[in-house]
Design a protein around this ligand. Structure first.
Ligand SMILES: NC(=O)C1=CN([C@@H]2O[C@H](COP(=O)(O)OP(=O)(O)OC[C@H]3O[C@@H](n4cnc5c(N)ncnc54)[C@H](OP(=O)(O)O)[C@@H]3O)[C@@H](O)[C@H]2O)C=CC1
Ligand SMILES: CC1=C(/C=C/C(C)=C/C=C/C(C)=C/C=O)C(C)(C)CCC1
Length: 302
C-alpha cells in the first residue's frame, strides 16, 4: 500500500517499451516518492517488468491487469502502430488502432476523472507522439488516431484545469521499442492487395529506407522518454505539450509557420521524394553532429 507521503501513479501498457521504463523509473525513485500501479493487459508478460523493477516490486510497485480496450473475447490485437498504404489496410484494422490509441485514452480519462474532480487534484499524462502534431506519409491511420487523441485532450485540458487537474502530453519522435520491431515484422509480412505498383515502390523503396535512417539517427531510448515524463510529473507547473526530441522541433514548427499547410506538405514531399536518397547521408551527418563525443570536442568552451 502507498504511504500518505507517496504519489500514487497508475500506468498502462507496462509489459514493454516506454510504459515499462516509466514504471521502473518511478518505482525506483531514490526518495521513494511514488507508489506505482503498473498495469498490463496480460499478466503473463510481467517478467521483463519485474526483472527491471528488482526489489521495488512489492514495495513501491504493484501489478494489476488492465486492457484499455476492455476486450471481452480473445480477438488478436494489433500493435498500437499501423504503417503502409491505406489501400491495403482494412477498415477493421484501422478501427482497432483507434480503439487502442484513441478510445483507450478516452476510457482511462473517463475512469479516473470523477474522483480527481472530487479531490480537486490529479495529473493525467498521455503518451502522444510527434505524429499527433504532424502527419507522416504512410502512417496515415496511426497519425489520425494520435491527432484525435490530441484534439480530445486539448479540449479536456481546459475543463480539467478548472478542477485543478493537470493534463500533459508527451510527444516522442522515434523510440527504440517493440513498437519499431512489431511494425517492421508487420511490414515484412505485408501484402499489398489493391495497391498500385508505384505506391508499393514509394512505400518500400523510398519511405521505408528513409524511415529506418531516421529511426537510427533520431531514435531515443525508452529511458529518455521515462526521464522526460518524470520531469513533467515533478514539475510544479507541468506543460501541456512536451516534445522529447529537440531534433523534431523544426519539423513540428513548419505547420505553425504557414497556416495554409503548403510549407509542411511541400517540405515533406521534397524531403522524401527529392532528398530521400540523400536521407542516409544527411542522417549520418546529423547523428555525428548530435553525438556527445563530437559535441564535447566542438562545443565545449574549454
Ligand atoms: N516507439 C515509438 O517510436 C513511439 C511510441 N509512441 C507511443 O508510446 C506508447 C508506447 O509504445 P512503445 O512503448 O513504443 O511500444 P511497445 O509495443 O513496446 O509497447 C506498447 C504497450 O502497449 C500495450 N498495449 C497494447 N494494447 C493494449 C491494450 N488494449 N490495453 C493495455 N495495454 C495495451 C502493449 O501490451 P502487450 O504487450 O500486451 O501488447 C505494450 O505494453 C504508444 O502509445 C505509442 O504510440 C510515441 C512515439 C514514438
Ligand atoms: C520518412 C520521413 C520522415 C519520417 C519520420 C518518421 C519515421 C517518424 C517516426 C515517428 C514515430 C515512430 C512516432 C511514433 O509515434 C520525416 C521526418 C517526417 C520527413 C519526411 C520523410
Amino acid at each position: 500500500m502507498a504511504n500518505s507521503g507517496q504519489k500514487v501513479v497508475l500506468i498502462t501498457g507496462c509489459s514493454s517499451g516506454i510504459g515499462l521504463r516509466i514504471a521502473v523509473t518511478l518505482a525506483r525513485d531514490e526518495k521513494e516518492r511514488y507508489y506505482v500501479i503498473a498495469t498490463m493487459r496480460d499478466l503473463k508478460k510481467k517478467d521483463k517488468l519485474l526483472e527491471a523493477a528488482g526489489d521495488a516490486y512489492g514495495k513501491t510497485l504493484t501489478l494489476l491487469p488492465l486492457d484499455v480496450c476492455r476486450h471481452t473475447n480473445n480477438a488478436p490485437m494489433l500493435c498500437v502502430g499501423l504503417l503502409g498504404p491505406v489501400e491495403s489496410i482494412s477498415i477493421e484494422d484501422m478501427k482497432q488502432v483507434f480503439e487502442t490509441n484513441f478510445f483507450g485514452v478516452v476510457r482511462m480519462i473517463k475512469e479516473v476523472m470523477p474522483d480527481m474532480k472530487k479531490r480537486r487534484s490529479g495529473h493525467i499524462v498521455v503518451m502522444s507522439s510527434v505524429m499527433g502534431l504532424q502527419g507522416v506519409v504512410f502512417n496515415d491511420v496511426y497519425t489520425a488516431s494520435k491527432f484525435a487523441m490530441e484534439g480530445f485532450c486539448e479540449s479536456m485540458a481546459v475543463q480539467l484545469l478548472k478542477f485543478n487537474i493537470r493534463l500533459s502530453m508527451i510527444e516522442p519522435g522515434p523510440v527504440h521499442t517493440e513498437f519499431e520491431t512489431k511494425m517492421m515484422e508487420n511490414v515484412a509480412k505485408m501484402e499489398y492487395p489493391g495497391v498500385d505498383a508505384d505506391t508499393v515502390r514509394y512505400f518500400k523503396d523510398v519511405y521505408l529506407p528513409s524511415s529506418i535512417d531516421i529511426f537510427e539517427a533520431m531514435g531515443q531510448t525508452p529511458d529518455d522518454i521515462a526521464k522526460c515524463t518524470k520531469k513533467v510529473i515533478e514539475s510544479n507547473s507541468p506543460r501541456f505539450r512536451n516534445l522529447t526530441n529537440s531534433l523534431y522541433t523544426p519539423i513540428v514548427a513548419l505547420k505553425y509557420a504557414d497556416e495554409t499547410g503548403g510549407l509542411s506538405v511541400n517540405t515533406f514531399y521534397n524531403l522524401l521524394f527529392n532528398f530521400g536518397p540523400l536521407m542516409h547521408i544527411t542522417m549520418s551527418i546529423l547523428k555525428c553532429l548530435t553525438c556527445s563525443c563530437l559535441r564535447r570536442r566542438t562545443v565545449s568552451p574549454n
